[in-house]
Design a protein. Structure first.
Length: 458
């Protein structure tokens, strides 16, 4: 008489409970978990269990029943009541013999387990057949899907992983077939990263939006943030507005458009299908919640990136300091990477005469001048109070010397002078040894009058 799988499980548990004082539960596979769909009263029951956890997980994974006369002897036992002594767990199988869940009974008093195992197995077999006849185990609700995806969003390690997870979540929660993110950036609107395997409709949408150009993408974002979320109702004979024409050309007939983040740095989430459907307001609300979760996770990742950058940068000059410098040294190419050890001439006198604030201003101005004299791709680090190191890629030592001389000229234009020692890594030479040779060349410059460049001996 049961009309749903949950009803079938509930009646099975209730009927069993009339004949034994056991704690009884039925857990069915829902997505990637065993979910309790029916149980007798207990102080606590496990709502969900990972498929391989506990005795129930072991039975589900193996498809074989388990009789446990003393739960204290079974390392897989998951305690529900402190007085439980024995447990019988049997798999609930579909007609093809595949596990779809488990039927679990636990006793706190002496019980003849053999007959109850036989009874439980016969009931589980009938229950499995009935569940499949009713359409199978209950599916996740859309709210449950949203919560599961929200967890995935918060644990995404990179922004690319996060955006991919958001697209997958939007398709799953909405049941529409395609999802695309359009995001604002420093260079204008752009399409977010595709999923690992975009479907045919999603590929067509991406191609049409790319062809449409940044102007139309900007209008899509502005419309979403100015007027809020929107969705089609599937009526034929109503042409789309101009911003949505590329989507129509891609074959979209159903669209949910939801703003994400702030207008200047956020964008719009487009969830679409080529079928003529009628999204309901609840669907739109769920996608709005998903967009909010996604943007909150993006903001968290960007904040962490800023904190990491601050931790690896000199707070005074903004140059990267010893941590990243050590990593760059480890990647030095023998014969191609030159290290320029730089020291500010007379810096201690400035500090002693005019104070540390004047010294700080000198360092900041000098750092900007040296950065401006370097080529694109060259890197400048502050490794001490008035000590800098430039790491540059060159084809021969003379090129490194010329760049070092450009740095001395840039320093003179600020009213200060610097001394520079240059060294190129030799094959098999540790990076620290190369830097030591550059320092030795620098101190030779200091001893010979400063404001000059010297190439270290090989």
């Amino acid at each position: 008489m049961a009309s749903t799988a949950v009803e079938a499980c509930t009646w099975t548990v209730a009927t069993l409970a009339r004949y034994t004082p056991a704690t009884i539960s039925v857990l069915l596979q829902v997505h990637d978990r065993l979910r309790c769909v029916a149980a007798t009263g207990a102080w606590q029951v496990f709502s969900t269990v990972p498929p391989k956890s506990g005795i129930v997980g072991r039975v589900y994974a193996s498809g074989a029943s388990a009789t446990v006369p003393d739960v204290a002897d079974d390392p897989d036992y998951l305690p529900v009541r402190p007085d439980v002594t024995a447990e019988i767990c049997v798999p609930v199988l579909d007609p093809a013999g595949r596990p779809i869940g488990v039927l679990d009974l636990q006793w706190s008093e002496a019980t003849e387990l053999g007959p109850w195992r036989e009874t439980a197995e016969r009931l589980a077999a009938r229950l499995g057949a009935r569940i499949m006849a009713l359409g199978g185990p209950p599916a996740e609700s859309r709210s449950e899907k949203l919560l599961r995806h929200a967890t995935a969003l918060t644990s995404a390690p990179t922004e690319w992983d996060l955006m991919t997870a958001a697209i997958v979540a939007a398709r799953d929660v909405s049941t529409l077939s395609a999802a695309v993110l359009v995001l604002n950036g420093r260079r204008g609107p752009r399409l977010g990263a595709p999923t690992g395997t975009p479907g045919e409709l999603e590929s067509r949408i991406r191609a049409e939006l790319t062809e449409a150009g940044v102007g139309r993408l900007g209008r899509l974002i502005n419309r979403a943030h100015r007027q809020g979320s929107a969705y089609t109702l599937g009526e034929a004979g109503h042409p789309p507005i101009d911003e949505y024409q590329p989507l129509a050309r891609a074959g979209v007939r159903t669209l949910v458009s939801v703003p994400i983040g702030q207008p200047d740095v956020g964008g719009v989430l487009l969830v679409a299908d080529e079928r003529l459907l009628r999204p309901d307001p609840t669907t739109v609300n769920l996608i709005e919640l998903l967009a909010g979760q996604a943007w909150g996770a993006v903001d968290r990742l960007r904040t962490l990136a800023q904190l990491r950058e601050q931790a690896s940068s000199d707070p005074l000059t903004g140059l990267r300091h010893t941590g990243p410098f050590g990593q760059r040294l480890a990647a030095a190419t023998p014969g191609r990477t030159a290290l320029l050890a730089i020291d500010v001439d007379g810096f201690k006198t400035v500090n002693d005469t005019y104070g540390h604030q004047a010294g700080d201003r000198l360092l900041v101005g000098l750092a900007r001048a040296l950065e401006g004299a370097l080529r694109h791709g060259d890197e400048l680090y502050r490794v001490g109070g008035d000590e800098f190191v430039a790491v540059i890629e060159v084809s021969r030592p003379e090129e490194a010397v010329r760049i070092a001389e450009r740095l001395t000229e840039a320093a003179r234009r600020t009213g200060r002078t610097i001394s520079v020692g240059v060294a190129l890594p030799q094959p098999g030479e540790p990076a620290e040894r190369t830097l030591r040779r550059a320092d030795q060349a620098l101190y030779q410059v200091k001893r010979q009058g400063r404001d000059a460049v010297r190439l270290a001996a090989a």
